[in-house]
Design a protein around this ligand. Structure first.
Ligand SMILES: Cc1ncc(COP(=O)(O)O)c(C=O)c1O
Length: 400
């Protein structure tokens, strides 16, 4: 990727997604759609592999560029970024790198987390660590109760930047400030917001941030980023160790350095073995597009369309609709129906599945999660998507 972003209008950005040629894609919270330039980048990688003359070091320039672009996106420095696999990989890398002692505790709100940010914490119990699981309030993190649950034995605090359902944005700055008062590491599952909502890890008091590239970052599955703040990195011992994590004179993967090795100075100590290079090509190209559009523009557009969807669902009586209490909570995910009346892909609320079927028939791609109808936007969505949803809802009669 070029260091200087090439400006791109929202309309030109949108044009590159074949999936947007018909219907409305409102499912970025589930998975990314591919932009032509991202697909071309993966093709370049495959062509290089097929030709047999591309070098690993050449391929890895995309890993370097991707780390740098992601760092710029979240307000970090490139040496605070590791290129890995997914959210689970990043979260487990950080959790397993802490020197936990019996009697330590971790503060989380499990009811709002994705399973991949639940199991790593449950397992800590085996090491004598207490899990302080703070219940949510109306689908939101209880900030005050989370802060009250922290004390001198708290080593980590974790939450999703935006819950996958019901989709409220967490006030990271406030939670992070509370964690910092106790010298606890604040670890964020950022996959639902990365690439869509703006982040500044310094201002948000975030110590570690894990994401995959397969949602809002518009890359492919099996690639991800882990940010680990330079404040913390030397206090963490990676559970896995292989060549990329070791500081060495050159880039040669088979070169053996001194046996009294040193870890890479930054977050690269969390990288393990060979990279997902197709994933690096893809996300490098995708982040060039996102930088070209501009993070503020992407966020503004995604939130504007989400607001239109919220209003349309509300007007049609598909209530309760997720309703942010203030700007802190506002996200690009809109949910309708009671939380947890159902699960992944199904709902026990009488009207949710019929409404979901109606939307699908109208070409509105969306999901049902935790029993709720779920729609989510990115910078490529427009008012036309809201109009399609509104049309599909016209004449809809809510079942009792
Ligand atoms: C909040 C959240 N975390 C994590 C994941 C997925 O984790 P991984 O990237 O490890 O598959 C999802 C997927 O939907 C998610 O919504």
């Amino acid at each position: 990727m070029n260091d200087v972003a090439i400006p791109l209008s929202l309309a030109a950005f949108r044009e590159g997604f074949p999936a947007l040629q018909s219907g409305a894609y409102l499912s970025i919270c589930d998975k990314a759609i591919l932009h032509d330039r991202v697909r071309d980048a993966v093709d370049d990688f495959l062509t290089g592999m097929a030709g047999g003359n591309a070098t690993r070091v050449g391929h890895e320039t995309h890993v370097t560029a991707a780390r740098k672009a992601f760092a710029a996106m979240i307000g970090a420095s490139a040496d605070e970024i590791a290129f890995g696999r997914n959210v689970s990989d990043g979260i487990n890398a950080v959790v397993c790198a802490m020197d936990w002692k019996a009697g330590d505790n971790a503060v989380v709100c499990l009811a709002l987390e994705h399973p991949n940010n639940i199991y790593p914490w449950l397992r800590l119990k085996k090491r004598g660590v207490t899990l302080r699981d703070v219940p949510p309030v109306n689908g939101r993190i209880d900030q005050a109760a989370m802060a009250d649950a922290m004390d001198a034995s708290t080593r980590m605090v974790s939450c999703a930047s935006v819950s996958f359902a019901p989709g409220y944005r967490a006030d990271l700055a406030r939670l992070g400030a509370a964690a910092r008062r106790h010298d606890a590491l604040f670890l964020v599952d950022g996959v639902q917001s990365a690439g869509i909502l703006c982040h500044d890890v310094e201002a948000e008091n975030v110590d570690a941030f894990a994401t995959s590239t397969s949602k809002g970052l518009l890359g492919i599955y099996g690639a991800g980023f882990l940010y680990v703040s330079s404040r913390w990195v030397d206090r963490l011992e990676p559970a896995y160790l292989s060549r990329p994590a070791v500081a060495a004179e050159n880039d040669d993967a088979s070169a053996i350095g001194a046996y009294d090795y040193r870890l890479q100075p930054g977050a690269r100590r969390f990288e393990v073995g060979s990279y997902n290079l197709a994933g690096a090509y893809a996300v490098d190209a995708a982040m060039a597009l996102l930088a070209g559009v501009g993070a503020d523009t992407v966020e503004r557009q995604a939130l504007m369309v989400a607001e239109g969807l919220r209003a349309a669902l509300h007007a049609a009586g598909a209530t309760p609709v997720s309703q942010p209490a203030d700007a802190h909570e506002t996200s690009h995910i809109v949910t309708a129906g009671p939380l947890d009346a159902g699960g992944h892909g199904f709902s026990s609320t009488a009207w949710v599945e019929p409404l979901s079927a109606r939307l699908a028939e109208a070409g509105v791609i969306h999901t049902v999660r935790r029993g709720q109808l779920r729609l989510a936007t990115h910078g490529y969505n427009t008012e036309a998507d809201v109009a399609l949803v509104r049309d599909a809802l016209a004449g809809w009669q809510r079942a009792a």
